[in-house]
Design a protein around this ligand. Structure first.
Ligand code: ADP
Ligand code: MG
Length: 311
């Protein structure tokens, strides 16, 4: 017999609370209850993944659980918030217990690494749609906002750009040797939670790279009423992405492709000495609106855009 909605919640999604100072009531009542410590603000974000839009039919459920949480934690990291709790809204075509068990392992395995509690959610039937809402704590007025970049700030990114984009191309049939890192970045990105908490002490603006830096950095520029110039030679690229560009000539891919979930942030040059995480300086914030890139001795407008729904 198929497992019931409540049986499923009880079996796979009801866990004892780890962080019971903050999470005071979890799964099982009409609402969860959270106590926000004095001096903190609650940072809240939500992200949905829809079969056929964000992932292929038949995708590995454990990787889906991991990625669904990772993309939400990446948003908290971009604000400099410490994740504490999540809500999970699951819409499933059928209660396939093998699938649910693996999905829960992926999601809750990553949650455990950060002592995050699953405190509630909703379970319905329908086309496969996965939503997490993540809640984090940040000291009052310390969150990094997209609107806080200043002219003269240095622009940094964590990790490499374009690895997830290459992973997607490999999934679609592009052949590249040693594609493990690219595939891992695409299927199981590691959110930059620790980095977000560190840079919050000295960075001005920050955003996480979900849609590609050309599109994501523009959000910072527009909100902060500034422009920027990037230096192509400084963009951090993995060996495999360099090889991909050599073979295809598609140098814009690492700037346009989404799903890397690295952080892009700006720092006043006077505070650059404080930087205590692995990252690469790739450009400078300027007064002139727009996003430019210096490449092969020429400065050009960066016209590529990232992924958009409804376009
Ligand atoms: P209600 O009808 O009052 O909204 P539900 O019957 O939908 O409550 O859910 C019962 C309890 O189980 C609630 O505490 C809810 O937050 C929790 N819950 C439902 N679905 C999930 C899920 N997928 N993951 C975690 N908790 C869930
Ligand atoms: Mg109710």
């Amino acid at each position: 017999m198929a497992i019931s909605e409540f049986g499923l919640i009880q079996q796979y999604f009801s866990k004892p609370l780890n962080n019971d100072k903050v999470n005071q009531l979890g799964v099982g009542d009409d609402c969860a209850l959270i106590s926000v410590p004095d001096g903190c603000q609650l940072a809240i974000t939500t992200d949905t993944m829809v079969e056929g839009v964000h992932f292929f039919a038949g995708a590995d459920p454990k990787q889906l659980g991991h990625k669904l949480l990772a993309v939400n934690l990446s948003d908290l990291a971009a604000m400099g918030a410490e994740p504490v709790s999540i809500m999970l809204a699951l819409t499933l075509p059928e209660p396939d217990e093998d699938w649910i068990k693996l999905f829960a392992e992926g999601l809750l395995g990553l949650a455990e690494q950060y002592s995050i509690d699953l405190i509630g959610g909703d379970t319905t039937s329908g086309s496969l749609t996965l939503t997490v809402q993540a809640l984090g704590l940040v000291a009052k007025k310390q969150a990094m906002l997209r609107s806080d970049a200043k002219v003269g700030d240095l622009i940094y990114v964590t990790g490499y750009l374009g690895n997830a984009g290459l992973g997607l191309k490999v999934e679609l049939g592009y052949h590249c040797s040693e594609s493990e890192n690219a595939l891992a970045q695409f299927h199981q990105p590691m959110p930059r939670v620790k980095e977000g908490l560190e840079i919050q002490k000295y960075a001005n603006a920050c955003i996480d790279l979900s849609d590609g830096i050309a599109s994501d950095l523009k959000h910072i520029l527009e909100k902060s009423n500034v422009g920027a110039e990037l230096d192509w030679n400084k963009i951090p690229l993995s060996k495999q992405v360099r090889e991909y560009i050599k073979v295809t000539g598609d140098w814009q891919m690492p700037l346009a492709a989404g799903d890397d979930y690295e952080l892009c942030f700006t720092v006043n040059p006077d505070k650059a000495d404080l930087i205590n995480i692995d990252c690469t300086q790739i450009g400078v914030i300027e007064a002139n609106a727009g996003l430019r890139i210096q490449r092969l001795g020429v400065i050009e407008e960066l016209e590529v855009s990232g992924f958009e729904h409804f376009c």
